[in-house]
Design a protein around this ligand. Sequence first.
Ligand SMILES: *Cc1c(COP(=O)(O)O)cnc(C)c1O
Length: 406
Amino acid sequence: MNDIAFERSLSASYIALEAEYGAKNYKPLDVVLTRGEGVYVWDVEGRRYLDCLSAYSAVNQGHCHPRILAAMVEQAGRLTLTSRAFRNDQLAAFYEELCALTRSHKVLPMNSGAEAVETALKVARKWGYQVKGVPHGQAEIIVCDGNFHGRTIAIVGFSTDPASRDGFGPFAPGFKVVPFGDAAALEAAITPNTVAFLVEPIQGEAGVIIPPAGYLKRARELCTQHDVILILDEIQTGLGRTGRLLAEEHEGIEADLTLIGKALSGGFYPVSAVLSNSQVMSVLRPGEHGSTFGGNPLACAVARAALKALTEEGMIENAACVGARLQASLAAVAAPAVKEVRGRGLMIALELHPNAGGARRICEALQGRGLLAKETHEHTIRIAPPLILTEAQADWIAEQFEAVLA
Ligand SMILES: *Cc1c(COP(=O)(O)O)cnc(C)c1O
């Protein structure tokens, strides 16, 4: 399409309006989507794309999954919000099904991922004072270099990404940063006042950074040994993305608090949750924490359907098997620009050499071929399609990378 045609295009008019009225806190690709089904989305000009981002893994079940859609429509016509001042008939079933699936004892439902993280930090601190006996106001929480846990002030206060953090202080004290993947550094950072270690099993926003084998297992041992709560942020890695229900399963461990969100609703609605063993969560009393929308019947009905779709339709097994195939075929792309392909299940990153001209350019070229992917940092492209991806679609993705990178 030449420039004049683009000027007049429908997409361009939406993009211009956004630029005029919207805060510029994102730099999206210039594609304006209007419809989605399964792994595909369509723009306002009717062009079809294979979605290799899945809304940062919130759409693991595929766009507009019919089963989740039906549950949402049915529940939306019956009851949407009661607040937790009253009970609703969806919450109990959501709790029961989620606990059975994840072998958890207690659930605390919230909306966004960041709220689940904030909830876990609050619970861990309270546990530290009430159960561990940390002196009041002295609780320390250890986090990792390169972390991404959301965008609230407390959370960005312990981010090590200048773009996330700079200019937003002053920040909450009580956080310590250690290198990701370094169990010795974690051990050295633990003090008698340490209440929790918060970590992503695989760092997503940092560019799909996989820690050395045995790291999480060692972190689990250290936390147990020093009476520290292990909080795994599985908001991105969880719910099938890595080929297991939770990424913790790859190392055979269990966290004390597990955070899930994103795909918990299949992308229909913001639903997040803190999963816990009963001891940790039992420090909360009525009135000490809450959310107007957390645990609402619409969210619960949607999440129940989203979990059923994920588990009953074989999506997790598919992520493991098609993910391995896609990783192998991406690794076989013969292009000098490619530095590394890494991943687990369908959580994959292709890293370019620093002199290859940047990932953004590649993403724009892929867009021209009907594939939507987003760069993360300058030289990394994340590839995270819905978990219903077929082998043929995986092969097609690798072909597009081959064509663009060759
Ligand atoms: C996306 C994400 C969050 C934040 O979730 P929001 O719903 O955007 O608040 C937290 N942790 C991880 C690992 C994430 O990927």
